[in-house]
Write a protein of this length. Sequence first.
Length: 364
Amino acid sequence: MECIRVTLEKPRKYSYEILIGEDIVDRKGWITTVKNHADRYVIITDSNVNPLYGKMVRARLGETALPVDIVEIPAGESSKSLNTVLDVARQLVRLKVSRKSLLIALGGGVVGDVAGFIASIYMRSIPYVQIPTTLLAQVDSSVGGKTGVDLPEGKNLLGTFYQPKAVYIDLSFLKTLSDRDFANGLAEIIKYGIIGDNNLFEFLESESDGIKKRNPSLMKSLVGRSCKIKADIVEMDEKELGLRRILNFGHTLGHALEAATDYGLSHGEAVSIGMVGAAKISHRLDHLDGASCQRIVDLIKDYHLPTKIPAGLKTAQIMGFMATDKKAVGGQVHFVLVKKIGAPFVTPDIPSGVVEGTIEELQG
Ligand SMILES: NC(=O)c1ccc[n+]([C@@H]2O[C@H](COP(=O)([O-])OP(=O)(O)OC[C@H]3O[C@@H](n4cnc5c(N)ncnc54)[C@H](O)[C@@H]3O)[C@@H](O)[C@H]2O)c1
């Protein structure tokens, strides 16, 4: 029997830079930072972002004298489907996109996840860069290389780990974002403060008035600090085999609430309630002191994010959705808890009744 070993070692070429600034994409010099010797560019964007920024990004890329095309997908989560993947891939074939071409994901997390997934499978992978335009995409989905689409059976069930060549975070895109989408991103930033950095948590507490007004220098600091936390975690655990799971703080209950409300709650709203749940479970189990638990609840409230489960949802229904969480290991639901702000840990070891009791408390 012949045995052929294929030993893969993560090469340095997978490293990439995240550039953060105001109006960076609209600057003439930006194009020199797109360090890819592409033969053409294809911008993948959505039907809301294209009319706002498609023309500007196309014009900047056009300064390279290389062909630039735009492929638009309908805005919204329903575009995270295999149908969209097939539709876009066939358009890429018609545009004669080759492995030397560069895909540009211009949009929120939906565009980033779809474009990244296509880049990872089209012609067995072609390079792509991320230009995230929502706060959530800037601090979360554009960093780390998780790509994917949904199936009717659940979110993100088909996907790959495929890192972009670069991430360009232009804070000026935030000006046109709706309040609800802005709050969605803030929920993830609050999460970084709780799991990764007590100083960031304090900054969120002390600067909340300016942050809520989207003050540019405060936003630059927030986005930079959040990306650094995520990048550090991804560097240590790219494929979510261990440490990266702490990024799911608030998501175990959050995902169940999103599904139980049939996505009536936005992701950030559901995660906010989930973070309150995780803090309260941490406190009930004597890991987290009462004052820190209250600070977490107060911070979430301060950013006008919800801290209570909407009326009408039954505990058993929520527990049922949690049991089918795709991140359950061996049928056991894992929770990310905290010992103090900035000190998270993952555990499957939650005594029965504690989760149910917490859900009931959040319904009150
Ligand atoms: N890959 C990852 O690691 C990861 C992490 C977190 C979330 N996600 C995924 O991200 C998705 C959610 O991302 P999202 O919240 O950015 O949603 P989204 O991409 O649907 O964007 C939200 C809305 O904002 C619009 N929009 C985008 N930029 C805008 C701008 N600058 N001005 C005005 N409107 C703008 C979009 O058209 C859309 O209507 C989910 O599918 C989720 O699964 C992925």
